[in-house]
Ligand binder design. Structure first.
Ligand code: ATP
Ligand code: IP8
Length: 340
């Protein structure tokens, strides 16, 4: 190798990464109905992402769809005409989209137990295939929904990029293709996936874990988790007494504490109770808080809110920073050093 040659691993991002956003499976799918998309939320989130990624003054520009598949509409590939030479070239800020599995993948993974390994068993082998069919078909639906909003998205599967885990954590993830994709001004769309694992031959890599890894290496301005509830509550939000935790601080050791509202005023133990559904193979809201705390420890603000609401639009646009407005519904997780 010559002195001046640059390997792909050394690639630096041409523009700083603005945001990593998780489209939670609980929001974009109907989580208790096998392989059912929540079309309305997906459409609304896609439109909000477009608004967040382009300059305000360009918001009125015609949406030029990029899904030219025959399945869409009756006009085939007529959208090509919108891209004639001389037409405006919209700039999209660098975002990375990661989505969870929801009702695509979790059922197959939990039935076959592949989150615990065991690829030598026929059931696990079949479950690995079934899980990947399911999550990659969801990925395609999401890429298409974003492309219909004119966002230049490309789907990227962790398994196909050679990523692997050691139990639930990432053991190896080459980011060269991801960085090159961002530098070419595409928006990468990654997803939770079934991958090879160093200790137990295979595992499930959660979208939440992917986000922590990417945040550590690519240092976005902020990270957002969009899901089907407004944020973290002191007990499962199905309980009518559940209270939304609006601000959580994370100290240098990664421990988190609720600063707003005062937990002791609400339940006598000052604790947070989380329930994870039986077929969820990646730990649900519990994993999300743990990963969010690791990201916040790095000084990167993390926000959790409900997808497809005015609260998700505000946070996607970067309007929620510094003091959290009283009328914003969501959970902000931040380093205690920053909030002092
Ligand atoms: N204390 C709690 N606070 C907030 N949500 C909770 C709590 N306990 C349980 N939950 C449940 O956590 C769910 C959200 O977590 P989940 O991991 O399913 O979200 P997601 O990221 O959207 O989904 P996926 O992991 O499929 O991508 C909500 O539907 C909520 O009912
Ligand atoms: C294949 C699966 C089940 C991926 C899970 O990803 P997550 O929903 O982000 O936890």
């Amino acid at each position: 190798m010559t002195k001046n040659s640059v390997t792909k691993n050394d690639l630096v991002l041409k523009k700083p990464l603005r945001c990593i956003v998780k489209l939670g499976g609980a929001a974009i799918t109907v989580k208790n109905e096998m392989e059912k998309l929540n079309e309305q939320i997906l459409q609304s989130v896609s439109s909000q992402l477009r608004q967040a990624m382009i300059e305000e003054k360009m918001a009125g520009e015609k949406v030029r769809g990029m899904d030219w598949s025959r399945r869409i509409g009756k006009t085939g590939v007529s959208d090509v005409d919108d891209f004639k030479e001389g037409s405006a070239d919209l700039q999209f800020d660098p975002f990375i989209v990661v989505h969870g599995a929801g009702s695509f993948g979790h059922f197959q993974a939990s039935k076959s137990g592949i989150h615990r390994g065991g690829l030598h068993k026929p059931l696990a082998k079949a479950g690995f295939v079934a899980t990947r069919i399911s999550v990659t078909s969801l990925n395609l639906e999401i890429v298409r929904a974003l492309a219909r909003e004119g966002i230049p998205t490309v789907g990227m599967s962790p398994f196909a990029c050679g990523w692997s885990t050691c139990k639930r954590n990432i053991a190896f993830a080459d980011l060269s293709q991801l960085k090159e994709t961002l530098n070419a001004e595409f928006i990468p769309v990654l997803h939770g996936d079934a991958v090879f694992d160093r200790l137990q031959d295979c595992s499930i890599l959660s979208g939440d874990v992917i986000i922590r890894h990417l945040a550590e290496l690519l240092k976005p301005d902020y990270v957002i988790f969009l899901t089907d509830v407004f944020g973290v509550y002191d007990r499962p939000p199905t309980n009518p007494d559940a209270v939304l935790l609006k601000e959580i601080d994370v100290d240098e050791t990664g421990n988190w504490s609720v600063v707003k509202p005062n937990l002791l005023d609400m339940n006598k133990h000052g604790t947070v109770e989380i329930r994870v559904s039986a077929h969820d193979t990646t730990g649900g809201m519990e994993t999300k808080i743990m990963e969010a705390a690791c990201i916040a420890k790095l000084g990167i603000d993390v926000y959790i809110t409900k997808a497809g609401t005015c609260h998700s639009l505000r946070v996607l646009k970067g309007e929620i920073n510094g003091n959290i407005p009283d009328d914003w519904l969501g959970t902000a997780i931040r380093s205690s050093k920053k909030s002092k």
